[in-house]
Design a protein around this ligand. Structure first.
Ligand code: SF4
Ligand code: SF4
Length: 443
């Protein structure tokens, strides 16, 4: 069975919600929908206080090249446009809506009929994806329409679909592949048409045999789609690792997958593309896993964007007494939440409630120069050195040592026997170097 070659770790999986069939979460009385839910510039509000909105109505327009539209996930009245503390812990502009009923925009097809044929041209498909505010749902939230625009001089020959879901605990993609397999594959064919490629490869780690079997069976009805089971190894969901595992191509440092003829999309994104193109449905809800060892009811919920995290926690039996930390995402790459009022956004794949015992960090001691962090780095970096440079604020050296190649997978941090907070240093360093690079580009 295939996997990527360089580095990687095997954290315990704990996929305790994998059998929990997706439930529709009740619509909350209030939602806070951030205007910046994508990698790139935030959208600009196109509604004001007092406006009446329907489900699926455009409320934020992505005007920059890298930006995405934002739609209302509920019907009701705009209470205000104000700052909200989002999952990053920072304040961001959001549209606050008081919910009234569940009145959908008439143009959205709400039937369960699966529409397989798509008569739009590649350009029309990309425009539709843009209009509907689709972004990458694997966590990176890069606007999907931008990813579909192959730069001149480059050519895509295959599409790679990421069904790996390698983060321990998370199961939202797993459920989607079982419950919405056919729709997801139609989404894949639409992406293939937009990219003008004949082949798509779907990679799924072998700890989800039911998803592999389901998609393999369904793929027989589609031309050019192959489904492959992959050996379990974290972080196989990284684009570069997945490409290497699936088709053996290596994306050079600082380059994008298109350099080796690939475009990578997540399974959740393929499903969102299906809904956008075939159902005229903007991206205003998604599947979110709510899980943790002490959670009364670990579950997968279909959640309207803007729903406060607290609503998911309450639906699963409330906050366990021994809660040590609440994380958005998985235990490897996720970020701790500062408030349960933070809204679910397009990039929220899961909410993980970590017990006090699990949240206790090992005591940090001196680096023993064991080199384990170097051995597990899937990007071939030297995390111990990068962390030292970051701590010493040597930003230029940090850039030269390719800190921007770090995908923040946390494998180094996970494996360090000295409890060094490597990922914290790396994120700090990437942030600073990223700022320096952006400032330089503007000059
Ligand atoms: S340096 Fe970055 S890419 Fe390498 S293991 Fe650490 S977090 Fe992952
Ligand atoms: S794994 Fe930890 S102790 Fe070992 S070299 Fe890296 S930072 Fe030092």
């Amino acid at each position: 069975m295939k996997t990527f070659a360089l580095g990687g770790v095997h954290p315990p999986e704990n996929k305790i919600s994998e059998k929990a069939v997706t439930e529709v979460l009740a619509i909350p009385p209030k939602v806070y929908i951030p205007l910046g839910q994508n990698l790139g510039a935030p959208a600009k509000a196109v509604v004001e206080k007092g406006a009446l909105v329907k489900v699926g109505q455009l409320i934020g327009k992505g005007e920059a090249f890298i930006s995405a539209n934002v739609h209302s996930s509920v019907s009701g009245k705009v209470a205000k446009v104000d700052d909200v503390i989002d999952q990053s812990g920072y304040k961001r502009k959001a549209i606050f809506i008081d919910v009234a009923g569940d009145d959908w925009d008439e143009s959205i097809d709400r039937s369960d009929n699966i529409t397989r044929d798509c008569h739009l041209s590649p350009e029309e498909i990309t425009q539709k994806i843009k209009d509907m505010g689709v972004v990458g749902l694997g966590g990176a939230t890069f606007p999907t329409h931008v990813k579909m625009m192959v730069p001149s001089g480059k050519k895509a020959d295959c599409l790679i679909i990421n069904g790996v879901e390698c983060e321990p605990y998370l199961t939202s993609d797993h459920r989607l592949m079982i419950e919405k397999g056919e729709e997801t594959l139609v989404g894949v064919t639409i992406l293939m048409k937009a990219l003008k490629v004949e082949k798509a490869y779907i990679g799924i780690e072998n700890n989800k045999p039911d998803a592999v079997e389901n998609l393999k069976n369904l793929a027989k009805k589609f031309k050019g789609i192959e489904v492959h089971a992959l050996k379990v190894k974290y972080p196989q969901g990284g684009e570069k690792q997945l490409i290497k595992a699936m088709i053996g191509r290596e994306v050079p440092s600082g380059k994008l997958p298109i350099e080796v003829g690939c475009v990578v999309q997540n399974v959740g994104t393929a499903f969102a593309v299906y809904e956008a193109v075939q159902k005229n449905k903007p991206l205003f809800e998604r599947v979110v896993t709510l899980t943790g060892k002490s959670v009364k009811k670990p579950a997968n919920y279909l959640v309207r964007i803007g729903t406060p995290v607290n609503n998911l926690v309450e639906a699963s039996g409330g906050l366990p007494e021994d809660t040590g930390k609440i994380v958005s995402g998985g235990p490897m790459m996720g970020k701790a939440l500062t408030s349960l009022e933070a809204p679910v956004v397009k990039g929220t794949s899961g909410i993980l409630i970590i017990t006090e015992k699990e949240a206790t960090r090992p005591k940090m001691v001196n680096c023993i120069r064991c080199g384990r962090c170097i051995g597990v780095c899937p990007m071939g970096l030297e995390p111990v050195l990068l962390a030292q440079l970051s701590a010493a604020e040597r930003w230029e050296d940090l850039e030269n040592e390719l800190v921007m190649d770090c995908m923040e997978c946390g494998s180094c941090h996970y494996t360090c026997p000295s409890g060094r907070p490597l990922l914290d240093y790396l994120r700090l360093g990437k942030n600073k170097v990223g700022q320096i690079i952006r400032t330089r580009a503007k000059k």
